[in-house]
Design a protein around this ligand. Structure first.
Ligand SMILES: Cc1ncc(COP(=O)(O)O)c(C=O)c1O
Length: 385
C-alpha cells in the first residue's frame, strides 16, 4: 500500500518489541482478559498515581462505565455538563444512559478546553455529573473546576483520552485523570499509546472501582481467569453490566507501548514546541497555534492551528494537494444531527473555533524539521487563497 501523504496526520509508534510482546501472549495460550491485563492495570496505576486502574475495551466504554458508576441515568431528568468541543463519545454515552448532555463553551480559540464559568452557570438541580476533556493533552482549569464540583457536590469525570501520564501542576497536582473522581483513557490507534482498540478507567474510590470492574464483565462475580485457575467454579450476577473487557493480546501490546509512553510524549512536546516556534516566527498573524503559549505543558496529542475562517477549507484542500494530511478536532457536538434538540444553545467560541481550526500532522516519529515545513506550506496556501 503506497502512502498518499508526505506528512500523515497521525501514526502509531510500533516496533519489534511490540510484536514480540503480542507474540509472547499468543505463545502463552491465554488470550482473553487475564494476567497480562492485571500487569497492564498495575503499571498504569503506578505511572499515574491512581489507586485503581481498570482496563476496558475502548475509551467510550470507559466513559460509559464512569458515568454509570456515578449514577448518571438513575433519574429521567439527569443532566451532565460537558464540553461541546470534544469527540462525541461522552455525549453519546450520556444519552445512552437516558440523561441529557448540557453543552458548555470553551475558553478561547487558542485554549479550547471547557470554560469553568460555563460549568458554574449551567448547574441545575438535575445536574448529575461534570465531564471535562483535556484537549490535545493540555489540562483544563482543574483548580477552578474541582472547586466548583466540590461546592455543588458533583462528581467530576475527566475524559483524559488525549492525556495519558500528563502531570498537572496548579494548586492541585497529580496526573490528569486522577483529579476528578474518575479518569477515562483511550488507546485507539491514533492515541499517544495504542492497543489498537482499548481504554482504561482510573479512580481512587474503592466503591467506584468495584462497580466498574463488575460492570465491565456483565455484573458477574468471577471471570473466566478466576474459574480457569480453580478459584470459584461458579458465579452470581449482582448488577446489570456489559462486556467491556479488554484482552491479554491488547494488554501485552499496552504494556510494551506504556514502556515508551513518557519518551513518546516528550517527542510530541518537542514537535509541539517546533510548531509554536514556526508560527511565532512568521511575519503574518493569520495563523495561531493552539496552546502556543504552553506547547510543552501537554502531551502534544493534537497540533491545531487557527486560521481565518473564510480561508480554512481551501487551505485544507491545498495542503492535501501538497500531500499534507489534516483534520478537524472537533465539530461542536451540539450541531450534529443526532443532537439537534440541543442545537439552540449559544456556544459562540466553540462555533467559531470549529470553523477556523485545522489539525496538522503530529505523532512521535514526525521528523524535527516537519513542523516548520508544514507551517511554511500553510502560510503559502493562505497567502494564495
Ligand atoms: C477525547 C476523546 N474521548 C473519547 C474517545 C473515545 O475513545 P475510543 O475511540 O477508544 O472509544 C476518544 C477517541 O477517539 C477521544 O479522542
Amino acid at each position: 500500500m503506497s502512502d498518499p501523504w508526505k506528512f500523515t496526520l497521525s501514526e502509531p509508534d510500533l516496533i519489534q518489541s511490540d510484536s514480540d510482546a503480542v507474540e509472547a501472549c499468543i505463545r502463552s495460550q491465554w488470550l482473553s482478559m487475564g494476567p497480562k491485563t492485571q500487569e497492564f492495570e498495575a503499571q498504569f496505576a503506578e505511572m499515574t498515581g491512581a489507586k485503581h486502574a481498570i482496563a476496558v475495551s475502548n475509551g467510550t466504554a470507559a466513559l460509559h462505565l464512569a458515568l454509570a458508576a456515578v449514577g448518571v441515568g438513575q433519574s429521567s431528568d439527569d443532566e451532565v455538563i460537558q464540553p461541546t468541543i470534544n469527540f462525541v463519545a461522552a455525549a453519546n454515552m450520556t444519552c445512552a444512559l437516558g440523561a441529557d448532555p448540557v453543552f458548555a463553551d470553551c475558553l478561547s480559540l487558542v485554549d479550547p478546553t471547557i470554560n469553568p464559568q460555563e460549568i458554574r452557570t449551567k448547574i441545575t438541580k438535575n445536574t448529575k455529573a461534570v465531564v471535562v476533556m483535556h484537549f490535545g493533552g493540555y489540562a483544563c482549569r482543574m483548580d477552578e473546576i474541582r472547586a466548583i464540583c466540590d461546592e455543588h457536590n458533583l462528581p467530576l469525570i475527566e475524559d483524559a483520552c488525549h492525556a495519558p501520564c500528563q502531570t498537572y501542576s496548579g494548586k492541585l497536582d497529580g496526573y490528569l485523570g486522577t483529579i476528578g473522581e474518575i479518569g477515562c483513557f483511550s488507546f485507539f490507534s491514533n492515541k499517544n499509546m495504542t492497543t489498537a482498540e482499548g481504554g482504561m478507567v482510573t479512580t481512587d474510590d474503592d466503591e467506584h472501582a468495584e462497580k466498574i470492574r463488575k460492570m465491565r464483565s456483565h455484573g458477574m462475580t468471577t471471570l473466566s481467569w478466576d474459574r480457569h485457575f480453580g478459584r470459584p467454579s461458579t458465579y452470581d450476577v449482582i448488577m446489570h453490566g456489559f462486556n467491556y473487557r479488554i484482552d491479554d493480546l491488547r494488554s501485552s501490546l499496552g504494556l510494551s507501548q506504556l514502556s515508551r509512553l513518557l519518551e513518546n510524549n516528550e517527542k510530541r512536546r518537542m514537535r509541539a514546541e517546533d510548531y509554536a516556534d514556526a508560527v511565532s516566527d512568521l511575519a503574518t498573524n493569520e495563523i495561531q497555534f493552539i496552546f502556543g503559549d504552553r506547547p510543552k505543558d501537554g502531551t502534544g496529542h493534537v497540533a491545531g492551528v487557527i486560521v481565518p475562517t473564510a480561508k480554512r477549507d481551501i487551505a485544507r484542500l491545498k495542503l492535501a494537494e501538497l500531500r499534507i494530511q489534516t483534520s478537524l478536532h472537533y465539530p461542536p457536538i451540539h450541531l450534529f444531527s443526532a443532537f439537534s434538540e440541543f442545537s439552540s444553545v449559544e456556544l459562540p467560541i466553540a462555533e467559531e473555533f470549529s470553523k477556523s481550526m485545522i489539525t496538522l500532522p503530529m505523532h512521535a516519529n514526525l521528523p524535527a524539521g516537519a513542523p516548520a515545513e508544514i507551517v511554511q506550506s500553510l502560510q503559502s496556501v493562505l497567502k494564495a487563497a
